[in-house]
Ligand binder design. Structure first.
Ligand code: SF4
Length: 233
């Protein structure tokens, strides 16, 4: 059971400021500094975190990964998942209330507060992915004393060449409707502050990916670098 308590999901103030574009070490404006505690209070009051996962075999996952046949050629996950020691389908949501609150604030009520709450909620959803990764890593010990600890990473449809239409098969296999998630015709999830994908655990080396794919030029969040898993030579 993964502990998705709000205390573990809530992002640090520095992470929120960084997400809002404040450079490391810079002082936030008085307005931002006053709004952040209000956004944090709203996060705590309106979040209803729920997550689920289930193991999946490499054979079953191959069909989910293939989806509608729209993946980019040589999408990195195609090489990673067959080498994983375990795969887990995963989904998480912060629930409908916080998304509705963000929408309400954006609709002319208080755009600045909505902007900060939106950043807090996105970071909290990212934190849920990290908690799931840590949980899966904790299930594994080193096989040999010389082995490095296994690392788990979450890979999601819509990123790194894995086409978003694979959400359809992912949903059919995991059934995250049980935690309140649904998919629209463009394969986007509702509520908005939700994440899904596959957790893959194995030696760090299996997660190394070669940079420079055509789809990398459109990448807004180079998680392969943030994750410090290095680029394959
Ligand atoms: S740069 Fe972005 S799209 Fe390319 S491999 Fe890294 S995370 Fe994926």
């Amino acid at each position: 059971m993964i502990d998705f308590s709000l205390a573990r999901l809530q992002p640090a103030a520095a992470a929120v400021y960084a997400a809002l574009g404040l450079k490391n070490g810079s002082e936030p404006s008085a307005r931002s500094a006053a709004l952040l505690p209000r956004a944090m209070d709203l996060f705590l009051a309106t979040s209803e975190p729920r997550g689920m996962s289930r193991p999946v075999t490499a054979d079953e996952f191959a069909a989910i990964f293939a989806g509608q046949g729209l993946n980019a050629p040589q999408a990195p996950l195609e090489e990673i998942f067959p080498q994983a020691r375990r795969l887990e389908l995963f989904a998480f949501t912060l629930g409908e209330r916080i998304s509705a609150e963000i929408e309400r604030l954006f609709s002319g009520v208080d755009f600045a507060l909505g902007f900060i709450l939106d950043a807090v909620a996105s970071l909290a959803a990212d934190n849920a992915g990290r908690l799931a990764e840590e949980w899966l890593e904790s299930q594994f010990g080193r096989q040999e004393e010389s082995d490095s600890p296994p690392r788990a990473y979450l890979y999601s449809p819509g990123y790194c060449g894995w086409h978003i239409s694979s959400q359809e098969r992912l949903f059919a296999a995991l059934r995250p409707q049980a935690i309140g998630l649904s998919l629209n015709a463009s394969f986007l999830m509702a509520p908005l502050k939700s994440i899904s994908g596959v957790l893959a655990v194995g030696p760090t080396v299996i997660h190394r990916i070669a940079g420079g794919y055509p789809f990398c030029s459109r990448c807004q969040s180079p998680a392969c670098r943030e994750r410090d898993i290095g680029i394959k030579e």
